[in-house]
Ligand binder design. Sequence first.
Ligand SMILES: Cc1cc2nc3c(=O)[nH]c(=O)nc-3n(C[C@H](O)[C@H](O)[C@H](O)COP(=O)(O)O)c2cc1C
Length: 179
Amino acid sequence: MSSNIVVLSGSPRKNGSTERLVQAFITGARDAGKTVTEFRVADLQIAPCLGCGSCHRSGVCVHEDDMPQILDALRNADALLLASPVYYWNVTAQLKTAIDRFYSSLRVNPLTVKRAALILTCGNGAPDSCDPSIATYKRICRHQNWEDSGIVTAQSLHAPEMLDGRAELGSARELGQSI
Ligand SMILES: Cc1cc2nc3c(=O)[nH]c(=O)nc-3n(C[C@H](O)[C@H](O)[C@H](O)COP(=O)(O)O)c2cc1C
């Protein structure tokens, strides 16, 4: 079980559906005595990776922005929650931009994360709506050697109130407890 969890919440919408599920996850985790640090990536200045490779030599990205806050937290964490609405069949650009910047930790000063979890929301009800995002997440887990601790998806959502009474809130809370 994890004791120190970092949450990267990828929706640009404050108090939206994704954030409701994230808060349920955090409540579950804190109830179980875990430390949680949440970053709303859309509220931070995170520049896209330039692919220059400089970080693989120095361990430091050429961008001077907010990403070191996240990387420092991930160097003291044992678990990571990625949360996002589905935008054009994958995670939001804001979350993907932050994930791409993990590149700077691959060779120098690696992350301490051991396990990960995923929360997704989407508008569509088709069973394959979350598949591309889940495939990306699972491939990243394999690459980073993170154990997948669980995935919660909530579909057919166009407003946060549509989550009222739905089982996914309980599932997110349980994921926070069990990760
Ligand atoms: C720009 C944009 C793109 C979206 N693309 C998809 C999509 O590809 N598939 C889908 O099912 N829902 C899509 N949606 C709907 C959102 O995923 C859904 O409403 C989600 O629950 C919103 O989460 P939030 O309240 O946290 O912002 C899109 C919404 C926006 C604003």
